[in-house]
Design a protein around this ligand. Sequence first.
Ligand code: TTP
Ligand code: CA
Ligand code: CA
Length: 571
Amino acid sequence: IEKGERKRGARAAESAGGGGGERGAMPVARPEPQEPRVIAHLDLDCFYVQVEQRRNPALRGQPTAVVQYNDWKGGGLIAVSYEARKFGVKRSMRGDEAKNVCPGINLVQVPVSRDKADLNVYRNAGSEVVAILSTKGKCERASIDEVYLDLTDAAKEMLLESPPESSEFTFEEATKSNILDLPSDVGDREENVKAWLCRADANYQDKLLACGAVLVAQLRVKVLEETQFTCSAGIAHNKMLAKLVSGMHKPAQQTVVPSSSVQDFLASLPVKKMKQLGGKLGSSLQDDLGVKTVGDLLGFTEEKLQEYYGVNTGTWLWKTARGFSGEEVEDRLLPKSHGCGKTFPGPKALKNHSSVKSWLDKLCEELSERIQSDLSCNKRVAQTLTLHARASKENECNSMKKFPSKSCPLRYGTGKIQEDAMKLFESGLHDFWGSRSARWSITSLSVTASKIFDIPSGTNSILKYIKGPSSNASTAILDSSSTPELTPFVVHEEQCEPSSIKEECDNSISATQCRLIEGKGAPKKLSKVQGTGSILKFLSQSQPAQHEKRNFDGLICSHQGPGEFFRSKRG
Ligand code: TTP
Ligand code: CA
Ligand code: CA
């Protein structure tokens, strides 16, 4: 290695956040599985809208958006139905703007509790879907509306017992799959897909994938029958590829990635589209190595990439360029952490201790409720409390210094959590601004409970777990800014910018959900449509009819719920 290269390499790793080694959130390659896997990623379509449409069926098939309450310009949109998207309505719009482009739009307010958005109804709806999907294989709840499934065993079983090629009837929804290898715009598409799924001469991997496609199609129909929700899915040999394609064809569709299509698919995929390359590492690849697409990485040897980004991340990049990923689906139906947050944009920024305290108290109250219900429903205990905030200094709007995240052992009890959260805030503020009594303003606050573990079964006293450490925030504050798994999620409310409530891996099981799991108060199921293997058919038969002439981008179509919309979209 030449001296100059060494320097450049070190710089690349540093600017990517890797520092001297593989610290922090730099991705690391996992060992490849010995045998091919079948992995699916499922994501619910315009999720909050679908939940609201189930609550109020009159909204089905109508242009609809969910907004956060706000007195400014009609609130911020957080979810937009596909009917509304046809008019050009986008998540980044305010309610008033959406009405301008789509005068017939229905705006539904997100539920509010303690002066902030209450996402329980959506979390619980997501849990219903997880409960169905987890019956077919190892299941990882990845976000409020996303799941990974490892269908390897189920696919192997199907291949042995009833492979698609042997049955005279292929599950209809499966024949609507998008297969990356096949052209999507030919007339007899479904016949082609059917032929692909049933190829007797396919290799073992493709045969497994075909079984995976049938299984996912069946699951999607089951989800629709039992919850009334449509979702889209990606089916591939690993998590990375499944996730990359699950949103490629939406709504209510699935996409399959045969190994033979991987190289072409990645060749033109911008690096920033990859989850782990969205941040500094992706920027470093572009700026330091001139790598724009994942395919561009093929121009570098593994050694070269290791030189730049360290051994582990270098290998990860090399494998990623080839579509390899050993990351396993975790066996986890419950969230990794619970978080509650709120943003205070512009004039709403908090500028004194008493307003911070009053908001922190509300956030901690909700957090406390959620960890208590996790404890009683799931016998799980959270160990760490973390406070995240965003702040700006007066007259220093562009100040680069971040408010440091702070953590301490979590003590159960609303009062204790409130007390500790306030101490974490004081400690963060001290680091942020020293002891100077200057003006500051807080633009977002969130509290997170993490490091959640199951209480061992057979334990007769859960008290010893929840009493937890004797230390509290005053003796055990940790700077958690370098703890990547403590991703804050913030409920952005009433903001001037595009509004969003983003929730990652955060989906608590509430008391309502306990009831759902026990089968009480579960929503009424749609009656099954016999002999139907197709979501389109299902939708068109079972939605409440709302015959109404509407003008869709100049396309006059008679409306019968989403089924009609999907058909018209497909021409
Ligand atoms: P997404 O899955 O990103 O979007 P979506 O389900 O609304 O639409 P799509 O069909 O394209 O998947 O988010 C899931 C839900 O999370 C969404 O319905 C509302 C919420 N959300 C926010 O509140 N703010 C945000 O910025 C995002 C991205 C999502
Ligand atoms: Ca979604
Ligand atoms: Ca999603």
